[in-house]
Design a protein. Structure first.
Lengths: 179, 349, 447
């Protein structure tokens, strides 16, 4: 899979993340009250990257957290994945930007919105994703999108990240999804 | 949601220490180290959920848990009820007083009736050893043993393991001393399986009339050596506690004295009560446990039960997390990371 | 005149010392002739080819629970004796723990009437030692003997009161009736449901210690010696009991003993383990009183059986309904159905080389007959033998045939056996009782 021609190569991924950082700061008009929350797993690393970029741009680091949504999923009768740790700063009255790597059906984001409620009541919740590949099943839309990639439902979109995969790239593997 | 005992697993890539193949939780004797670790790791996640401002997730929405208690119990029942409710399951409790049990309906009938009402898991407490095994062979609902006679109490043992691990960092190599009525203790029986599996040294201490036969390796034939855990038996509490990392006092029921197993509760307290003086011989950073409910002044001195080494209350909180973990595992398929069904970003989208 | 000629079988009759190829001819319900070629001399006979098979006297069981009257859901005289016929038995002694208990002339007579009407094989009743088996008052032994009992027993329970037991034994000397005791001290087995030992510890079940049996065996031997009575120890299960019985007989005490096929061959592990020591079960079909014991006990029992310290194999056939067993272990009824598997299970000792086939047959035929002097009862002369003039009771056996135990196919109403699905080597091919073929399998070849 690593040999597939990337949709976004290393440079493109980094540029896209940087642009998302700019957009987030701009929409919030600064870093004040801003909390980035990455959705486990995949979104947490991207949220970290964006937080790094924002810190570079603004000289201030936004709040950062990781949210696991496993226990809020609506497809648990089919599979029971192992929950990952959640670690959130105080979100009451904050502007929370949920960060994920790929947006497709919207079910993960729906679960994340529910899960977020267990931790507090943010003033505003926005959504930023690196890739939006369509095929929505719920009325959910990202506020900030790194790249729209039209795909077939069966395609397998992988976001590779330096921290976990040794390089940054977005690739498409044709074929059936795992679920 | 009726998972079968052996859901298909992809062998390739399964991470060691992460596995789950149980349809039922009957005792820890058939748990692998990996399975115990799976439960303990998951309990960490569940503790985190418990500590949230709103400790309620919908993971087990549509899953029905029935507490079937043939014997009174406050804490175990409440613990399972909470565990189920935090995970969004429907939980109902049936006690021998209100069910058709008193009308002479057989255990098998009762379990099948509950299953026909779409119970997914049946948490069972029974005064007769083996009753959950009878239930498990007669239903495809998951049976969780919440204590059967003097036989087993696996969820208590798992919460004990979890509590020891979270307090002492590890279980392997620790000297764990259980003091009291070993013969009638289902907690001791399940604990000794779990503790020895995880590499602890287990010492059982009590008066000879309350120690079961057959626990010494020489009491059973060589071919059956593995049929019971490898433990040390000690009738002198001071020798037993020496160098202990964990001391667990077991509940003594006054019935034992009435049946002639003990001359008097006074003498029992003299010889076997866990006291501060006796604990002085344990390791300086030892912890003190009790499965509850306690008889302070009999098997445990009130001062030490509430003292700085006591982690009795933590056991109770952890009990909810452990039962959440078990319900979660039983309610789903065995899709754990590395099993080929892990949640990767593209599948999640 | 009906004639059955059994040709060319390997006739083993321990009573007569016969052990070789011969024909057996039965005429009008009695053994007529036994010897090589004897069958060819008779005309107009029903002929059976026993080539390659063993021909033995019909088996005699000193310990059968027929459950009638009172527990016809578990077994009836009809189904129990049918089960006996399938197991090679031609005589069974019926235990009195029925409802009502067989403690009066009327009760005994009703059993004999029902047996006359429906039994497939001979039924000899055993009377209760105490009224209602309550362990309080003695039954009228003279009246019971006149009604036809062959022994007295409160089996299922022990006569716990030592003084009452002494009097039961003492009084029985007037009638020369064996007093058959179920030896387990009730106080020592209270709440116990299997052998006390490491398996019970694994299962968290309370145990019935070997000493609960041994203390009562010792007590009752002492009482029997005191009054000179005939004490019969039912279903001996421990090495300690064997030693006590051996010593008593050495002293000349009138003590006899029986052992069951299951106590000879199955251990307490049967309760808990099927394939490995990781997974346990609570096998109520292996729940029996006294309980299945340990390897050392099995060995002592087999040796005692071989050496004649134990006189007889008795089945303790104890049929129960499904609902008596498909319940919690402590609540399940003790006992297992045994008549149809007794020969195959006991043959394990022969196949393992621990007992000769003639000795096994002795302990199933003339052994039990002599133990209770059954052949002294009018009409039962020659019982347990193939002597000319003896009752026409014959078992035709295939000692090497392997078969799988299918409880659902049992004639007994009791399907409660731990042997279901297991393979036994040794099968009863046909049974002839009183000159009538009461059981035959496809292996039996008519000529």
């Amino acid at each position: 899979m690593v040999n597939s021609a990337p949709i976004l190569d290393t440079q493109a991924v980094r540029r896209t993340l940087r642009r998302l950082a700019h957009e987030i700061v701009e929409s919030n008009q600064g870093v004040e009250g801003l909390v980035l929350i990455g959705i486990q797993r995949g979104g947490d690393v991207i949220a970290q990257r964006i937080a790094d970029d924002i810190e570079e741009i603004e000289g201030v680091r936004p709040g950062l957290g990781a949210l696991d949504v496993t226990l809020h999923r609506d497809d648990l009768d089919r599979r029971h994945p192992e929950p990952q740790p959640s670690a959130l700063p105080d979100v009451d009255g904050k502007v929370v930007v949920l960060v994920d790597d790929v947006l497709m059906t919207g079910r993960t984001v729906r679960a994340a919105l529910d899960a977020l409620n267990d931790f507090g009541r943010p003033r505003i919740v926005r959504l930023a994703v690196l890739v939006d590949r369509g095929h929505r099943e719920l009325p959910i839309r990202a506020d900030m999108v790194g790249k729209n990639i039209p795909t077939s439902r069966e395609d397998n979109v992988r976001v590779l990240l330096q921290e976990e995969d040794g390089r940054d790239a977005v690739v498409i593997l044709p074929g059936r999804m795992e679920s | 949601m009726t998972s079968t005992a052996s859901a298909p697993l992809t062998a390739q890539g399964r991470r060691p220490g992460r596995s789950w193949e149980h349809q039922h939780v009957l005792d820890l004797d058939d748990f692998s180290v990996g399975e115990i670790e799976t439960v303990l790791n998951l309990a960490d996640r569940m503790r985190e959920v418990l500590d949230r401002r709103i400790a309620r997730v919908p993971a087990l929405r549509g899953y029905t848990v029935v507490n079937l208690f043939y014997e009174p119990s406050t804490r175990t029942r409440a613990s399972f009820e909470l565990a189920g409710k935090v995970l969004g399951a429907d939980v109902i409790s049936v006690t021998a007083n209100t069910s058709s049990v008193v009308k002479g309906e057989s255990l098998i009938d009762t379990v099948r009736t509950l299953r026909a009402m779409r119970a997914d898991a049946i948490v069972m407490r029974h005064s007769i050893a083996g009753a959950p095994y009878l239930a498990a062979t007669n239903t495809d609902a998951s049976i969780i043993n919440a204590g059967d006679g003097a036989h087993a109490h696996p969820t208590q043992a798992l919460l004990d393991l979890y509590t020891i691990k979270s307090r002492l960092g590890s279980i392997a190599g620790k000297r764990v001393v259980m003091v009291g009525d070993i013969s009638h203790s289902r907690v001791a029986r399940s604990d000794m399986w779990g503790l020895t599996a995880m590499g602890a040294e287990v010492v059982l201490c009590g008066p000879p009339t309350l120690l079961p036969r057959g626990l010494r390796a020489q009491d059973r034939p060589a071919h059956a050596e593995s049929a019971l855990p490898n433990v040390t038996i000690e009738t002198d509490i001071d020798r037993a506690i020496e160098g202990a990392d964990v001391v667990m006092a077991l509940r003594l029921q006054s019935e034992r004295q009435q049946r002639g197993l003990l001359p008097s509760l006074h003498e029992y307290a003299q010889l076997y009560q866990v006291t501060a003086q006796r604990l002085a011989k344990a390791k300086p950073d030892h912890v003190l446990m009790h499965p509850g409910p306690k008889n302070e002044g009999i098997e445990i001195a009130g001062a030490v039960a509430a003292g700085q080494h006591s982690i009795i209350e933590e056991q109770v909180t952890n009990g909810v997390a452990i039962r959440m973990a078990l319900l979660y595992l039983l309610s789903g398929r065995t899709d754990l990371p590395g099993d080929g069904g892990s949640v990767t970003s593209e599948a999640r989208a | 005149m009906t004639t059955i000629a059994i040709h060319n079988g390997h006739v083993i009759d321990p009573a007569l010392g016969q052990d070789g190829i011969a024909d057996v001819v039965i005429v009008d319900g009695r053994i007529a002739r036994v010897g090589p070629g004897e069958g060819d001399a008779v005309i107009d006979a029903e002929r059976i080819d026993a080539t390659g098979l063993v021909v033995s006297p019909g088996f005699v069981d000193l310990h059968t629970h027929l459950r009638e009257p009172g527990f016809e859901g578990k077994e009836t005289i009809r189904t129990g004796t049918e089960a006996g016929a399938r197991g090679g038995y031609t005589t069974v002694c019926a235990m009195p723990n029925t409802m009502p208990a067989l403690d009066s002339r009327a009760a005994i007579e009703s059993v004999l009437r029902e047996a006359e009407a429906s039994a497939r094989i001979r039924v000899l009743p055993i009377g209760a030692i105490t009224v209602g088996r309550q362990g309080k008052e003695l039954t009228p032994q003279g009246e019971l003997q006149a009604a036809g009992v062959v022994a007295l027993s409160d089996d299922g329970d022990a006569v716990a009161d030592p003084s009452l037991m002494r009097h039961a034994l003492e009084y029985s000397t007037r009638f020369n009736l064996p007093i058959a005791q179920h030896c387990e001290d009730p106080s020592l087995v209270r709440d116990g449901h299997m052998h006390e030992g490491w398996v019970a510890t694994r299962l968290g079940l309370r145990g019935r210690p070997a000493s609960a049996e041994e203390t009562m065996v010792a007590r009752d031997i002492a009482l029997a010696e005191l009054v000179g009575a005939h004490l019969h120890i039912c279903h001996v299960s421990t090495a300690g009991s064997v030693a006590l019985i051996a010593a008593a007989r050495e002293r000349g005490a009138r003590v006899t003993a029986e052992v069951t096929p299951h106590h000879l061959t199955l251990t307490h592990e049967e309760v808990a383990f099927a394939d490995d020591y990781v997974h346990i079960r609570y096998n109520t079909n292996a729940k029996v009183n006294p309980p299945l014991r340990e390897e050392a006990d099995l060995e002592a029992l087999a040796n005692a059986l071989r050496d004649g310290v134990i006189d007889a194999i008795a089945t303790d056939h104890a049929p129960h309904g499904v609902n008596d067993k498909a319940i919690e272990f402590d609540l399940a009824a003790p006992g297992l159905t045994m008549l149809e598997t007794a020969f195959g299970l006991s043959m394990r000792l022969v196949h393992e080389g621990r007992l000769s086939l003639p000795t096994l047959i002795e302990r199933l035929t003339i052994g039990p007959v002599r133990t209770w002097r059954l052949d002294e009862i009018p009409g039962l002369q020659g019982l347990g033998t193939l002597a000319p003039g003896a009752l026409g009771d014959v078992a035709i056996l295939d000692p090497d045939a392997e078969w799988t135990v299918e409880p659902e196919a049992f004639a007994s109403k009791g399907k409660n056996t731990p042997l279901g699905g297991k393979t036994l080597r040794g099968r009863v091919v046909a049974t002839i009782a009183n000159g009538q073929i009461v059981h035959e399998t496809e292996r039996m070849v008519a000529l």
